[in-house]
Design a protein around this ligand. Structure first.
Ligand code: LLP
Length: 431
């Protein structure tokens, strides 16, 4: 459930007509609903409340500072994966004790910065990283709290490019090796192995992998404790799916039902790293139709958002609902189920201006008849939309707006042509 609804035939973000935002800020435009964001954060907080978890919003899903600040104000910590994301979390007001740091390739500079910030957990992904972190921590004489990230080797559960817990991916320690790796740092003066980390993949539409993963974690935590590591943190990562096509996502309670019993039995502190679940349905991408054309027996809608604004369809063949911001005469509200036949529509490819055949937001999609200048809303674009946007084809990145009831404000200005060339001009200044 989100707060993007049609009222009188016009899409509104909470109390604000989306057309008004497009006119004021231009397109392509990301529009976020604060109520939706907080609602989804609240759903996770509530579903897992009995474990009093540390919820660490995954900055990679959408690192906009205003959104991160909002999350921090509502009690969230942060899952970061680079110095840049750590910078965002700190600027958002998070104390180190509410930040966890994952990623297979943390550089020395990143480790130093995270040690200085005093992050709650380093989610360590390899034996070499663990020893290197130990060396850096010793040099700085700062303690490093570690959760060993394990790859539980589960059956495929989502798109191959984003499944992080099958054999042969780069993430985590192979489950067979975790104990040996842990044994190697017993008694280390600066490393405290206090947790186990597992991020299964994303997005996941079933609770079963969490049941299987948590069972493997329970077994490992027991063995690590017997070895002498004081494990009291279980970090189950993120990955909870959202609605893209229809109401396909599970409620947070379904995941909690599999995770909480294990947390309880272990008496561990629970950490979660949700990104998409919180921000995914809280954002739409608004674009404007530039041209229509037919080619090779197909109809194309060429609009001003492209793969550089939202790469998920090109990269993962991801499905995002798309519907006109203003319902044309005779058109119905957006369908509940996009897989069903939708009367009054024509099949079109929704494409952008980028010079690649792979630049599309949807292919053979049933849409009501559209005119030049019409606005389109691409739904469920809050996560991994702007976060993965680029300047490809020297396109300035879109603006972002946050709506709260009937109020709204710009939270990232549209990039300018100068922004595009500024680093080059800086480098060439002395020529
Ligand atoms: N924790 C770790 C260690 C992760 O790697 C990720 C996501 C998360 C948490 C958050 O997962 P979430 O709750 O947002 O599902 N670009 C892809 C998704 C890549 C996910 C990367 N890691 C997409 O657009 O679908």
């Amino acid at each position: 459930m989100d707060h993007f609804q049609y009222q009188g035939g016009e899409l509104h973000a909470e109390g604000v007509p989306v057309e008004l935002l497009a006119e004021q800020f231009g397109t392509p435009l990301y529009v976020y609903s604060q109520a939706t964001l907080l609602r989804h954060l609240g759903q996770i907080q509530e579903a897992f409340a009995e474990a009093n978890p540390l919820i660490c919003y995954s900055v990679k899903s959408n690192g906009n500072l205003a959104l991160c600040r909002l999350m921090a104000r509502h009690g969230s910590g942060f899952d970061v994966t680079s110095a840049g994301e750590l910078h965002r979390a700190v600027l958002a007001g998070a104390p180190g004790r509410k930040i966890v740091f994952a990623g297979v390739g943390k550089s020395r500079e990143e480790l130093v910065r995270a040690l200085q910030v005093g992050v709650f957990l380093f989610n360590v992904e390899s034996e070499e990283e663990l020893h290197f972190l130990g060396d850096v921590a010793r040099e700085l004489d700062l303690p490093a709290s570690v959760a060993l990230r394990v790859n539980p080797d589960l059956p495929p559960k989502t798109h191959a490019r984003t499944d992080t817990s099958v054999k042969g991916v780069k993430f985590g320690l192979d489950i067979e090796t975790v104990l040996d790796v842990a044994r190697g740092v017993l008694g280390h003066a600066h490393l405290r192995v206090i947790g186990l980390h597992m991020h299964l993949g994303s997005p996941i539409l079933s609770a079963e992998p969490y049941r299987q993963g948590a069972a493997k974690a329970e077994m490992l935590v027991g063995e690590l404790r017997r070895m002498g590591h004081p494990i009291d943190v279980l970090n189950m990562g993120g990955g909870f799916g959202i609605h893209y096509r229809k109401q396909e996502a599970l409620p947070a309670h379904a995941f909690a039902a599999e995770i909480l019993p294990v947390v309880k039995r272990l008496g561990c502190r629970l950490v979660l790293e949700p990104g998409r679940f919180i921000v995914g349905n809280a954002g739409i991408l608004v674009s404007r139709v530039l041209y229509r054309k037919e080619s090779g027996g197909k109809r194309f809608i060429i609009q001003d958002a492209a793969m550089n604004d939202l790469i998920r369809p090109s990269l993962y063949d991801a499905f995002h609902r798309i519907w006109p911001v203003k319902l044309p005469a005779g058109a119905t509200s957006p369908p509940e189920d996009y897989e069903a036949d939708i009367p009054g529509t024509v099949a079109v490819d929704v494409v952008g201006p980028v010079c690649e055949s792979g630049d599309f937001l949807a292919r053979q999609r049933a849409l009501p008849p559209l005119l030049q200048g019409d606005l389109l809303a691409v739904f469920s674009a809050g996560a991994y939309g702007m976060a993965m946007a680029s300047n490809y084809n020297s396109r300035p990145r879109a603006a972002e707006v946050l709506v709260d009831g009937s109020a709204f404000r710009l939270i990232r200005r549209r990039e300018t042509l100068h922004d595009l060339v500024a680093p080059e001009l800086d480098a060439m200044a002395g020529w």
